[in-house]
Structures are given as C-alpha cells and as structure tokens.
Design a protein around this ligand. Structure first.
Ligand SMILES: O=C(O)C1=C[C@@H](OP(=O)(O)O)[C@@H](O)[C@H](O)C1
Ligand SMILES: C=C(OP(=O)(O)O)C(=O)O
Length: 428
C-alpha cells in the first residue's frame, strides 16, 4: 500500500491552488449544453472533474484537454446522444447529482455507477423531485443509490423547496428546469453556493433570484462562451489553516475564488482571531477573485452552526483540526450533512483526531473540540477514501512530534492533484 511520510513545520511563501472543483464541473456541463465553442482556462484536472468530462464525452460531446485548458465543441443539448455503455462517475457526488438533472431532460436511456464511496451516497434527494418532473429513474434502494438508470424527456416545470441545504440538489432541479416549457423555481431557505446561477448567466440564460426563490424559464438559447476558473477556496482552506495554527507561518494564496457563498472559512478564521487579510483583485465574469494573506497567531474557540454551515461544509474536517489548536471549546452543530459525504466525516474526523490525542467528541450533527497546547501524536493514518480527510491529516503533521504516515494519499487527486508538491514548496 502506498504511504507518504510528513514532518512538522511552518508554511511560508506564496501559492496558487488549482481551479475550483464546483466551478470546473459546471463549466463542462453548461459548455456541453450550449451551442458553439466554450473555452475554459485554469480547469481543475482532478479526478472528479475528469469524471464529468468523461460523462459528457460518452454523451457525444467533443472535449479537448490540454494542461488546464479545456475546449468544448457542442451542437447544443439537442445533439447529445445515448451513451453506448454505462457511465462511471468515480467518486464524484457533484457530477452524479447535477448530471441526473440534465439527463432528466434528455430522451436517452443512461446507466450511471460509481466507486464504493459514491455507491453509498443518497440520491433520493434528486431522484424524487426529478421523477416528479417526469423523469423515469430506477436503481438500488428504489432509486436512492447507484447504480441508477434514467430515461428523461417531457419534463414539466415545478416549484421545489429544498428539504436539505444542498447546492447540488438546487443545481440539479434548475438544470432540469432548462428542459421544460415553463418556470422552475427552487426555494432555498439558507443560501448555498450559487455558481450554477452565476454561470448560467454567462451562457446567456436568464436566472432570477427573489429572496429565497431562484427561477429559471425553460427552452432558452445557450451559446458557448469563454470561462476562467478561480482557485478553489476549499483547497486553499487546508493551507490557510496550516498557516493560522503554526507560529511563524506567513503565507499568501493568490487568485482564489471569493464568492461569498464559499468564504465561510475566512469568517471562521477571523472570528477565531487569526491574522488574515483578504483583497479582492478582480472579477471573472460574476465570480470575485483575490489574494489571502495569513500568519500564525493565537486562536480562540467559536461556535459554528445554522446558516454558517453551507458556506463551509467541505471545510469542517480542517476546521476541526484548527479548533484543536484554539483556546476553549469549539462547537460545530447543524452539520449532519457531513455524514453523507465521501465518508461519514463526523466519525472519520473524531476517530482520526482522537488518535492524534485531540479532545474531541462526535454528536449527532457535529463535533465538540477542546483546544490544547499539547503536541499532536504522529503515526499511521488512513484516509477513509476521502480526499479532505487525507489533506486534513497532512496538515496535522505540521504539529506532530513524530512523523505522520498517510495511507492511500492518492485519494487527494480527487480535488487537489498538486497538493503534496505545493505543501513541500511552502513547508520550512
Ligand atoms: O454543488 C457543489 O459543487 C457542491 C456542493 C456541496 O454539496 P451539497 O450540495 O450536497 O451540500 C459540497 O459539499 C460539494 O463538495 C460540492
Ligand atoms: C463532498 C464533496 O464532493 P462531492 O459531493 O462532489 O463528491 C467534497 O469535495 O468534499
């Protein structure tokens, strides 16, 4: 089994993290639906986004990848064809749920499957409303689990109130709405990442938000466009936390996405007393981008819950590590969604940090972490086949007396293929 060994240290210097995963997925999906040429720069070539590319190639779309540049030539969604084989979605929840929304609108029969982790994740959250719109979907556990088979077409628009705060569900329904002859509205009680809405506008689609209601009218023309993907703040979060919790660190992350539905990690670092400075430098289309400078400092505990959660849902494992270095008791609540990610992230974080000597307790919807000045314990750790667990363990190694060995580190390629090289270039 492959392992990597890491030692303690601080983080100094400058880094650009790879392109945003959520935005990269959507750029391929919308580029495939739009008529004409779409060019994408700084695309994330992590395993999850490559699954999205392969899925649309299977649907007949011409997609060329050269380094981080992607070119899509499409005749528009009418030209998508029935795949000749079942589509492997690997580890990617975003690909699966958003793709189901698109397939719901197409008259083809498509079978979807994924790896062991994706096969355990709930799909009812999209298959139930998409069936209500008219898609025929069948699969394991009455269509809750992959493998799933779908045949779409002839959708009717709907108004749907999200039962879970999920941008994947919102996006899936809005994408299905594009294939209807009417207005589809998603009501989101708490704002979740809004990249789908912003990017649809770049492809010429009118999307309206009024309070919590987001509406799209079906049958709109979509034309190819030029896109640039900002750096992924969810990847940057690992280095931000690494620097914040190590005395002597001084790190700048350049050209990172600063969409306000994603910057919950910055708010938490500020509330904990971190020395952090954020500068918006420009806009890429409708998405803010900028630089974040952070230095190691003393940190204090916070409570994170309610409306905070969607803007930092993927950052909660690394925030748990951060909390172990803050004075006092940090409470993370209202985050039961963590149990449905690549692994049960509450269980995985509690087991991993407990093994490192952190005072942490799991709850039904979160964790309670007591900070301490004792050094963390090294050893050998598994990643639970979860990229974010792998990167959290790697950042913990900055604080351990003994080395940290990570089993199956390649899982990190899902969202951050250059992670170990970047970490090495910043570590002293
Ligand atoms: O829409 C997206 O791109 C994502 C939404 C979030 O999932 P949920 O919508 O299920 O919360 C997040 O955890 C995932 O990494 C990416
Ligand atoms: C949950 C994640 O992704 P997905 O749902 O796309 O697998 C993640 O990247 O942390």
């Amino acid at each position: 089994m492959k392992t990597v060994q890491l030692h303690n240290g601080t983080l100094t210097g400058e880094v650009r993290v790879p392109g945003d995963k959520s935005i990269s997925h959507r750029s391929v999906m919308l580029g495939a639906l739009a008529k004409g040429t779409t060019t994408i720069s700084n695309f994330l070539t992590g395993a999850d986004c490559l699954s999205t590319i392969e899925a649309f190639r299977a649907l007949g779309v011409d997609i060329a990848v050269e380094g981080q540049d992607v070119t899509i030539e499409s005749g528009g969604f009418h030209e998508l064809v029935e795949p000749k084989h079942p589509i492997d979605l690997g580890n990617s929840g975003t690909t699966t749920r958003l793709l189901l929304g698109i397939l719901a609108g197409l008259p083809h029969h498509v079978v979807l499957y994924g790896d062991a982790s994706l096969t355990k994740r709930p799909m009812n959250r999209v298959t139930v409303p998409l069936r209500e719109m008219g898609a025929r979907i069948d699969g394991r556990d009455h269509g809750d689990k992959l493998p799933l088979s779908i045949r779409g077409g002839q959708l009717t628009p709907m108004t749907y109130t999200l039962p879970v705060n999920s941008a994947q569900v919102k996006s899936s329904i809005l994408l299905a709405g594009l294939f209807t002859k009417g207005t589809t509205t998603v009501v989101e009680p708490v704002p979740t990442r809004d990249h789908t809405e912003r990017m649809l506008k770049a492809f010429g689609v009118e999307v309206n938000r009024e309070g919590n209601d987001i509406s799209v009218v079906g049958n709109q023309e979509m034309s190819g466009t030029k896109l640039e993907v900002p750096g992924d703040i969810s990847s940057a979060a690992f280095f931000l936390v690494g620097a914040a919790m190590t005395d002597g660190s001084d790190l700048t992350i350049r050209d990172v996405g600063l969409n306000p539905t994603r910057t919950g990690i910055v708010d938490v670092l500020e509330r904990m007393g971190a020395s952090i400075n954020v500068t918006t430098t420009r806009y890429i289309g409708d998405e803010a981008i900028g630089d974040i400078q952070i230095k190691g400092s003393r940190l204090k505990a916070v409570t994170i819950g309610g409306d905070d959660i969607p803007a930092l849902i993927d950052e909660l494992p690394i925030i748990a590590l951060l909390a172990s270095q803050a004075e006092g008791e940090t409470v993370i609540k209202d985050a039961e969604e963590l149990r449905w990610k690549e692994t049960d992230r509450i269980e995985a974080v509690v087991q991993t940090l407990s093994k490192m000597g952190v005072h942490i307790k799991g709850t039904s919807d979160g964790m309670v972490i007591n900070g301490s000045e004792e050094p963390l314990k090294g050893g050998t750790f598994e990643t639970y086949h979860d990229h974010r667990m792998g990167m959290m363990i790697a950042m913990a190694s900055l604080l351990t007396e003994d080395p940290v060995h990570i089993q199956n580190p390649e899982v990190i390629d899902v969202s951050f293929p250059t992670f170990f090289n970047d970490l090495e270039s910043l570590t002293n």
